[in-house]
Write a protein that binds this ligand. Sequence first.
Ligand code: GLC
Length: 479
Amino acid sequence: MITSRNDRYFKGGFSGLMIAAALFFGASAFSTALANGTTKSKPEEIAKLIPHETEEQYNARMSWWIHDRFGMFIHFGLYAAPARHEWVKKTENLDNKTYDRYFTDYNPDLFDAKEWAKTAKRAGMKYCVLTAKHHEGFCMFDSKFTDYKITKTPFGRDLVKEYVEAFRAEGIKVGFYYSLIDWHHPDFTLDSLHPQWGKVDRETFDKGRDMARYRRYMLDQVTELLTNYGRIDIIWFDFSYPGENGKGRDDWDSAAIYTLARKLQPHIIIDNRLDLNDVPGGTDFITPEQYNPSTWPKLDGRKYAWETCQTFSGSWGYSRDEMNWKSAKQTLYSLIAAVAHGGNLIMNVGPTARGEFDARAKARLDDYAKWMHANSRAIYGCTEAPEKYRAPEGTLLTWNPETKRLYIHFLFYPAGQLGINFGKDIRYAQFLHDASEVKVALAGQGGSFCDNESGFDAHLFFPAVHPPVEIPVIECMMK
Ligand code: GLC
């Protein structure tokens, strides 16, 4: 019997007939029934509805993503115009009529998808996720199901189509972000995150609104996105906030959304914000936001595929007056630290309302480009180092299990020598940026061993001058 990711936890808890029926009729009918209940639908019920696959199938589906490690997030929408956070409609409690001022003249006339794609590629990013719709509800694609879309603005073009074609042409994997939240849709009911929360009478606002129709709208749009634009590699659904005044999997019909996405694009990789974290098989990867976990994150006690999503400066959408931009070193750290703990980084850019990456974003992307040019070998195909290799002081380790190379990333540049506990395993060591030899002195062969008691078996010797790389890397070929 096949053991699937789903039944690992619920052995024997479902019947093959149920699954066949769910696949045949679509999961929607089943989970809509669940959605009308007063309590949150049970994980084992949902596990019956979503597609099943073996551990091996899951690993195969995830393998390119885990190998590639580094992606670009793009948050682009009407909110680029106010240029003060993509949540501006909420933070300033703007109603639809007021917010329309950003729709009327929307025209990112300098938008050039090819330029974006080239910039991403230069930075070493291997996949990209673009907001097809964010919480404001505005669609960057030519949807049949709404007029609140980019083709109805003075810009008049399907931006998603141009994005997909340009990124694909550069060999970058293509993804969409699709907001579950929609602050514009006439059927989306009031909740604590809505811009009108606390401003209007809930009953009056919700009168005539029908979440079942909104659920249908989402399925229709997901169908458009996953059928009209060729092969799509990733989809982000964002996000759930279950509870009395929130919305979760029963409000979205997450099982139906997940099932539909995998039916239309069986290879697609889906994030974990559909509120299915407790459903085995309902989450492809975990998404720690705006920080680097200091250990490999776990789900149900197991190290899980994960990706940290981060911004250069705080907002995801273009934010003109935001001045707290990360330094070159911080942006590099975000990537290295992710890989050092077995994860990915998706770094965000918020293009301006003219459709360009602004100078500050370009500068940071250029820092990646310079560093990755010489050091990408320490990122692609790499992961957490085996436990027996202790990271020397002030460093992070990444490890390529295929080539058996260990990478030491120097967050601080050492003076003269540095003790390591894996000298005996090193066959040869070099700086990665110029392949110049780094000498390894085993204990008793010339190093200073006053710190021998710390378990070091060797010292690395360093040139006095910091190499011309923001974070230098030593590549150790292991025996
Ligand atoms: C949050 C925010 C959103 C952003 C997202 C990216 O959920 O609501 O603005 O798109 O994180 O991960």
